[in-house]
Design a protein around this ligand. Structure first.
Ligand code: GTP
Ligand code: MG
Length: 197
C-alpha cells in the first residue's frame, strides 16, 4: 500500500519549542544543505505548488515550519545549512534551533536529508546524519534534482553515497528524486507509509 496524500496544511512556523504546535502524529523532518531542494520536495510529495516556500536564493527557509498531512502525519521543513554567507551568529542560532527540535519529545520517526545530485555528499551532510543518529532517529537520504544529470550519473552518485554512508548505521533508504520530473515521489510515499506504521 502506498501513501495517498489527500490533504496538506501549513500549521505554523516556529523558532523555539514553546512555539511548536502540539502533535503526537508520526513526524518526518526535511533537512539538508541550503538550496538542495527540501521545500520543493515537500511540495512535490504533497502534490502542492506552494505549500512550502521555495527560492533561488539559498537560506529561504529560516524558521522551522510545521505541516499537517492527511490529518494524521506531521511534516517539518527545517532551515538549510551551509550556505557560503552564513555568519557565526546565524550558524549558532541554527545549531540551537535544530538541537532544540531534535531534543523536543516529539514523535519524530525519521529525517529525510536532501542532497543535490550535482554536489554529492559533503562533510556537513555527514555531520547532520551523525547528529540525528545521536538522537536515535533514522535517516533517509534523498538525492535531489535528478533531472539535472543523466540516468547513469544518478546511479553513480547513489553508489558513491552508499559507500560513504556504509558506516552510518542509522541510514535506512537512499532514493533518487526530482520534484521537477516526479522521479522518486512514489518511493518516498512508500517509505513514509512503511515507517509511520
Ligand atoms: N531542476 C530542478 N530544480 C529543482 C528541483 N528541486 C528544487 N529545485 C530548484 O532548486 C532551488 C532551491 O529549491 P528549494 O526547494 O527552495 O531548496 P531548499 O533546500 O528548501 O532551500 P533553503 O530553504 O534555502 O534551505 C529552487 O530554484 C528550485 O526551483 C528539482 O528537482 N529539479
Ligand atoms: Mg526551503
Amino acid at each position: 500500500m502506498s501513501l495517498n496524500i489527500k490533504k496538506s496544511d501549513f500549521v505554523k512556523s516556529a523558532s523555539k519549542p514553546s512555539q511548536y504546535p502540539l502533535s503526537s502524529y508520526p513526524e518526518f523532518f526535511f533537512a539538508g544543505k541550503s538550496n538542495s531542494g527540501k521545500s520543493s520536495m515537500l511540495n512535490a510529495i504533497c502534490n502542492r505548488k506552494k505549500l512550502a516556500r521555495t527560492s533561488k536564493t539559498p537560506g529561504r527557509t529560516q524558521l522551522i515550519n510545521f505541516f499537517l498531512v492527511n490529518d494524521c502525519l506531521s511534516f517539518v521543513d527545517i532551515p538549510g545549512y551551509g550556505y557560503a554567507s552564513t555568519s557565526k551568529k546565524i550558524s549558532n542560532t541554527w545549531n540551537d534551533m535544530v538541537i532544540d527540535y531534535l531534543s523536543s519529545k516529539r514523535n519524530i520517526v525519521s529525517m529525510f536529508i536532501t542532497i543535490d545530485v550535482r554536489r554529492g555528499i559533503e562533510e556537513l551532510d555527514e555531520k547532520m546524519i551523525d547528529l540525528t543518529s545521536n538522537f536515535n532517529i533514522k535517516t533517509n537520504v534523498v538525492i535531489t534534482k535528478s533531472d539535472k544529470v543523466s540516468k547513469s550519473s544518478r546511479f553513480q552518485v547513489k553508489r558513491k553515497i552508499e559507500k560513504t554512508l556504509s558506516k552510518h548505521k542509522n541510514v535506512k533508504y537512499i532514493s533518487i528524486f526530482s520534484s521537477k520530473s516526479g522521479e522518486g515521489i512514489q518511493e518516498i510515499h512508500d517509505i513514509i507509509e512503511e515507517m509511520s506504521k
